[in-house]
Structure formats: structure tokens, C-alpha cells
Write a protein that binds this ligand. Structure first.
Ligand code: MG
Ligand code: MG
Length: 254
């Protein structure tokens, strides 16, 4: 039997929206200032400062021992890159910036991938398609649909472009914890999964690779990279199912 997904109360949803607003504001700001010559730790310090000033906590810091506020994953790094003072961004890079904030005990989780300076058309298309697949998934966050409707919508966009769709990582329930049940694959697994009902909150996070879907984890035990060394893109939103359709808690204003 498929386990039901927990449904958040009205109060919890308001707090998730506030946490989401803080995450969105942070990512918007980072996307505006990112430039060649910055280190990934520079971005992390700016993000932590901004989140704390907004009255929230950086959710990732200390999560299973993760040392930073952001996951910063550059080029062939898929997810969970650790910000470092010696990781210097250069023209033509792409960087996935993943950010979580906890506000009064509730979590918002979102990621964007942005180009540093001028990026190639191939990379632009990879970023656009990955973001488009996220929005295709969000479009399925409708009461009465099932979890696999989201997975299918994401997968279809990735397949159309022939990208490697990362299978080992995916979306998740979010709210009281950063990662709650259920796991949300970015491809069909042949089970429709639990029904989506009002109050369900999920983080949808497609990761598409320019080449192979296969990934491996580096010896820091965090950083996930593509096996063929080709670039990867990652976008994520925290999304609420309501009677009136999906609400993106982490929607950015610009
Ligand atoms: Mg995230
Ligand atoms: Mg997430």
C-alpha cells in the first residue's frame, strides 16, 4: 500500500512561505552578483549573512555534518558541492546554488543554476531545459494527481533534449524537516505513488546532465559529479498543493 504524504496545516504553510521568500530573495541576490573571480565561499558567506539577518537559520549548515549554508556545484559537479575559498569561478562556468532556510521551524528549499560571465549556447539550453522541466513538474502539483505525474513531466522534458537524467538524487517532501517522505524521482519508476492532496508540500529538483546520467561522489563524501566530466544543471522549488492549484513558495521576483 502506498503511504500517504503528510499534509501541512495552514500555519505551517504560512511559515514555509516565509522561509521560501527568504530563500528566493537570497538566490535572486546571489544570481545578480555572481561573477568571475568570486570564490564559492564568498557566495556562501553572503548567503548566510542574508538568511540570518532575515531572522531565519541556514538549514543545510550542520545537516548530517554539512559545513556550509549553500551547496555550490560548478560545471561537472551535480549537487552537494562544498563552498571553498580556493574554488574560484571563471568566465563560462555554470554553478548550481542550492539554498535552504528554516523560519520558525519550517523549511524552504530551492536551487538555481546560473552562468558565470558568458556561457555557451549548449549550456544555455541545458539550463533552460532543466528549469522548464521543473515548471512542467510544478504544473502537475494539482490535487487528485499522483506523485508519478510529476516525475513523468520532468522526465519527458529531459528525454526530449536527450540529456542524462540523474537517478540517484531527486525531490522530496519538505517542511518540518529538510528531507521528508516521499522521495520524488525525476523519472518514471512505474508506480503512481501517493495522491497529491491540498497541504502537500514537495521540493521538486530535476538534475540534467549534458552527457551521461551516471554520477559518482568525490572523496569529500559530499560532492556529486558526472562520471564523464560533462556539465550538469539543477533547479529546485518548494511547492504547495492547494485547492486552487500549485503555489511556489520559493518563487523569485526577478
Ligand atoms: Mg535544495
Ligand atoms: Mg531539496
Amino acid at each position: 500500500m502506498t503511504k500517504a504524504i503528510s499534509r501541512k496545516s495552514r500555519h505551517e504553510i504560512l511559515l514555509i512561505q516565509e522561509a521560501g521568500r527568504i530563500v528566493a530573495d537570497t538566490l535572486t541576490y546571489l544570481s545578480q552578483i555572481v561573477e568571475p573571480g568570486m570564490s564559492t565561499l564568498d557566495l556562501d558567506q553572503i548567503a548566510e549573512d542574508r538568511i540570518r539577518k532575515a531572522g531565519a537559520l541556514p538549514t543545510f549548515k550542520g545537516y548530517h555534518g554539512f559545513p556550509a549554508t549553500l551547496c555550490t556545484s560548478v560545471n561537472d559537479e551535480v549537487v552537494h558541492g562544498i563552498p571553498r575559498p580556493d574554488k574560484i569561478l571563471k568566465d563560462g562556468d555554470v554553478i548550481s546554488i542550492d539554498c535552504g532556510a528554516t523560519y520558525k521551524g519550517l523549511v524552504g528549499d530551492s536551487a538555481i543554476t546560473v552562468g558565470v560571465g558568458k556561457i555557451t549556447d549548449d549550456l544555455k539550453q541545458l539550463l533552460e531545459a532543466t528549469d522548464a522541466s521543473l515548471h512542467a513538474g510544478i504544473g502537475k502539483m494539482v490535487a487528485g494527481n499522483f506523485l508519478e505525474d510529476i516525475s513523468a513531466a520532468v522526465e519527458d522534458v529531459g528525454k526530449t533534449h536527450g540529456y542524462g537524467i540523474v537517478q540517484n538524487y531527486g525531490g522530496h517532501g519538505v517542511g518540518r524537516q529538510l528531507h521528508e517522505e516521499p522521495f520524488l524521482p525525476n523519472y518514471r519508476i512505474g508506480q503512481r505513488g501517493p495522491e497529491l492532496k491540498p497541504g502537500v508540500v514537495l521540493a521538486i529538483e530535476p538534475m540534467f546532465n549534458l552527457g551521461t546520467k551516471e554520477v559518482k561522489t568525490l572523496s569529500d563524501n559530499w560532492t556529486v559529479v558526472t562520471q564523464d566530466g560533462l556539465p550538469s544543471a539543477h533547479f529546485e522549488h518548494t511547492v504547495i498543493v492547494t485547492e486552487n492549484g500549485p503555489i511556489i513558495a520559493t518563487e523569485r521576483k526577478s
